[in-house]
Design a protein around this ligand. Structure first.
Ligand code: HEC
Length: 159
């Protein structure tokens, strides 16, 4: 019997189903390091952008044009904005919305600009779409970031 009465932390998600386009949810994603954060005023959500080891190495390479190597994965975790009860001016992560990844493989994902895209919804990480072509919509919007290899996030400056 489990004695854990903990909150349903994201890292407890297990046996997550693959996306319809056959992308696995990276098992240790919640231990990845941060590349950036963002706050969207149009839909009142905040995000952290994480990278696996290959992505972190590339993001911290100091090159103006980041060269994302094969196997680099960028992840984005999204929460609704909430207000800290003890300090109203602080906007903090509330309800968890979804996790998304971009996986670099120029050959395998040539049809979506060299990135494999997938999204899982809610703390139980249900594959967002049953449509194996869902990544085309992701790729289509990410064309706006073509100049930075389809990645919007600029790594946050670190001391
Ligand atoms: C309507 C436009 C749009 C669509 C559709 C879209 N994205 Fe994005 N995506 C963005 C923007 C803008 C950002 C950067 C701002 C932010 O953090 O939300 C972003 C950021 C990301 C990031 C962090 C890396 C980066 O590029 O900054 C990932 C990972 C990501 N998206 C995955 C996906 C996946 C997977 C899908 C499809 C299920 C998707 N996106 C669909 C606009 C879009």
């Amino acid at each position: 019997m489990s004695l854990c009465l903990c909150l349903p932390l994201l890292s407890q998600a297990q046996n997550v189903e693959k996306s319809a386009n056959d992308i696995e949810y990276p098992k240790n994603l919640t231990n990845w390091r941060v590349i950036g954060t963002s706050n969207r005023t149009d839909n009142n959500t905040q995000r952290v952008i994480l990278g696996n080891a290959l992505a972190i190495k590339a993001a911290r390479s100091q090159n103006a044009n980041i060269n994302w190597p094969k196997g680099a994965i960028l992840a984005k975790l999204v929460w609704k904005n909430d207000t800290l009860k003890t300090w109203q001016a602080a906007t903090v992560p509330g309800e968890f919305v979804h996790a998304e990844i971009m996986l670099r493989d120029s050959q395998k994902y040539a049809s979506t600009s060299g990135w494999g895209y997938a999204r899982w919804t809610g703390l139980d990480l249900k594959p967002h779409s049953q449509d194996s072509k869902a990544a085309e919509a992701c790729n289509s919007c990410h064309q706006a970031a073509k100049i930075t290899d389809y990645v919007f996030t600029i790594p946050a400056k670190l001391p």
